[in-house]
Each structure stands twice: as C-alpha cells, then as structure tokens.
Design a protein around this ligand. Structure first.
Ligand code: PEP
Ligand code: MN
Length: 367
C-alpha cells in the first residue's frame, strides 16, 4: 500500500499587496507537497468597515505573478480565490485563474449557489465548495449537486467547520460527523479540510490537520502569510511558509486504502479514538468536580463517602444504562471504579491539606 499523499492548498487569507503575494507564493512554489495556491481577493466580512479585499487589482497581481514565475521557469501552481457573484466569476476568468471556491456563507444560500453555478457553466475551473456555517450536510450536498448540474466535473468539498453554540475552543467546530456523512453519501467527492478556519488559532492547526488525515480525508487548505501577526485578516490562524513546512513534516501519513474495507475500518477506528479521547477528558473533568466536592464537604463537616448518595447515583446510572441498552453489570463495574477513584481523589485532597482537614468530624466514617 502506498502512503497517503494529501492534496495541499496553501496561501494567504487575503491578497494584501503585490509584495506580500510574491513573497508567500515564492516560498510555496519549492514545496513539492503544495499543489494549489489559495488567496482571497473578495473577503466576506460579517460587519462592514473591515478589509474587504482588493478585488480586480489583486487579480491583476496574481496574473502578473503567474507570468513572472513562468518566465523564471518555476513550477506553475493553480491559483484559487473565493467567488460569490457571477461578476466575480467573470473577472476570475478574465485574469486566468484556474480554481475558485464557494465560501461558507454562499453555500448557505441555495439562490446564490444557483446563480453562481449558472455563471460557472461551460468553464473548466476547479470548484471547491465550502460547507455552510450551519451543520446541515444537505446544504453542502446541494451546492455540490448544483455544480454537477451545470456540467462542472472537478468539484471538491472543503470542510471549514461549523458555527455551533458550544464551539469547544475552536473558531468553527469541526463536527467530524458531518464530513463523514458527506463521504458516506458522496464517496466520489474529495474532501479537503481547512484547519485554519476550524481552529482559528495557529496552536491547534497540527492537531486538526492530523485528525483530518486520520479520517482519510484527502487534503488540507491552510492559510499561509509571510508575516501572520500583521495580516489584515485572520491574523491569529495564519502561519508562515516555514510553519507550513513544519506542519507538513510533522504529519503522520497513513497507508492508503487497498480496499473499501480498509478505508471503512480506518474511519471507524479514528471515530473510536476520538470518542475515547472525549471519555478521558470527561473523566478528568468529573474528577476535578470531585476535588471541589471535597472542599465543600470539608466545610460542611461531611464524610467523603455518602452511602445514600452513592446508592441513588448508581440506581440512576443503571436506569439510564437500561434506556441505552447497555449491560447493567458492565455499567455497574465502570461506575464502581469511577466512584472509588472519586473517593480516593477526595481523600487525597483532604490529606494533602488542600482542604482544611480540621473541619472534618473525624468520627465520620471515611471509606
Ligand atoms: C476564507 O477561506 O478566506 C473564508 C472566508 O472562508 P469561509 O468561507 O470558510 O469563512
Ligand atoms: Mn481566512
């Protein structure tokens, strides 16, 4: 089996100047893993007043740079930018870009997608379709289908995360189950994860990128800027070209599938890995609460072990287990272990002096 060879799309969130574009692209060209440059020229801003991109001027710089790189005998990389209107498409075609992406806010609106895809009819552009901000896989599928309807054949999905209430520390929660569902229903569509817009901060990029590859997705779209801190848009999530090289070097590439069963197995195993990771994090938070409980019990002069509470807790867990069709003995065993650890942590807190042990009535039974 060959090792996975992810499709890497990299480049600045926005084109800011001729110089910035040249610097970053010249650093990306020699990186063999990079196969497309992303660079926004029209930026969808939630509120007016921010940097909205340089539009046609930036397209001119892209066209000039492509020509210069060609003259210098450099490897030619296709450029992609976001398009949101038929006018954008017309300008992109005029300046010879090879790829476009449909942004998250556009995918959310089927009227706009329809109008946009109509304007893409007859072109041979590569079209990247970002997921809509809401976690409704059908909007994503709908936009892809609208691309197919107008005869586009080179269509990929970009997973950029979702706008949900509990974002788990991400800018846009990855909700991996949504791209997994897209893969299940449209297995022929390559899925590229955009760790930059999911993470929202550089520190999380490696982890998100690795998860995407572990799930068997096909590539990454990463925002790269020569001087990320000074970027006019998304300065917290962009990385330098050498940061990108480091990220790529640290990625663990899995074996590619020899058959469908392998691929499915890998997908399921990484779901198990993520669930286990969540279980462990939940256990850690539960034990933190146990520590707090030790403090409150000490203040109120209560024994660490409260048999009545333990009995009612266990009964409740067993009745939930029954609803969930889980074996009662299995659940009982797990909760006995969890409870024992909670008691141990509480005792440790008390004996470690983190809670005033004096306030405890030593006649209470501590088990
Ligand atoms: C972008 O890629 O620059 C962008 C604006 O992304 P999204 O549509 O995912 O928010
Ligand atoms: Mn961005």
């Amino acid at each position: 089996m060959d090792a996975q060879k992810p499709l890497i799309i990299a480049g600045p969130c926005s084109v800011e100047s001729r110089e910035q574009l040249r610097t970053v692209v010249s650093a990306l060209v020699p990186m063999p893993q990079v196969s497309m440059v992303r660079c926004g020229v029209w930026k969808p801003r939630t509120r007016p007043g921010g940097f909205e991109g340089l539009g046609e001027k930036a397209l001119g710089w892209i066209a000039d740079l492509s020509q210069e790189l060609k003259n210098e005998g450099c490897r030619s990389l296709p450029f992609a930018c976001e398009v949101a209107t038929p006018q954008h498409v017309e300008q992109v075609m005029r300046y010879g870009l090879k790829a476009v992406w449909i942004g998250a806010r556009t995918t959310a609106n089927p009227f706009m997608v329809q109008e946009l895809t109509e304007s893409l009819r007859g072109t041979d552009l590569t079209v990247l379709v970002k997921n809509a901000p809401s976690p409704d896989v059908r909007l994503w599928m709908g936009a892809i289908e609208r691309c197919w309807q107008v005869g586009l054949t080179d269509v990929m999905a970009v997973h950029r995360g979702f706008d949900v209430l509990k974002n788990g520390g991400y800018r846009n929660h990855p909700l991996w189950e949504v791209p997994i569902e897209l893969r299940r229903t449209m297995p022929e569509v390559p899925i590229v994860t955009d760790p930059s817009h999911i993470a929202g901060r550089r520190e999380l990029l490696q982890e998100v990128s690795q998860w995407a590859l572990d799930l068997g997705f096909d590539g990454l779209m990463v925002e790269v800027h020569p001087c990320p801190e000074e970027a006019l848009t998304d300065c917290r999530q962009q990385i330098t070209p050498s940061g990108l090289q480091e990220l790529l070097d640290r990625l663990v590439l899995r074996q590619t599938d020899s058959n469908v069963a392998d691929r499915e197995l890998r997908l399921l195993r990484s779901q198990i890995d993520r669930i286990d990771d969540q279980l462990l994090r939940l256990l850690a938070s539960r034990l933190e609460v146990s520590g707090e409980i030790a403090r409150v019990k000490a203040q109120s002069n209560l024994a660490v072990f409260q048999p009545k509470r333990w009995d009612s807790l266990l009964q409740q867990r067993l009745s939930t287990a029954e609803e969930l069709h889980l074996e009662p003995e299995f659940v009982k065993g797990i909760f006995e272990k969890i409870h024992a650890e909670s008691v141990r942590v509480q005792q440790e807190r008390l004996s470690g002096g983190e809670v005033s042990a004096d306030s405890l009535d030593r006649t209470d039974k501590i088990t």
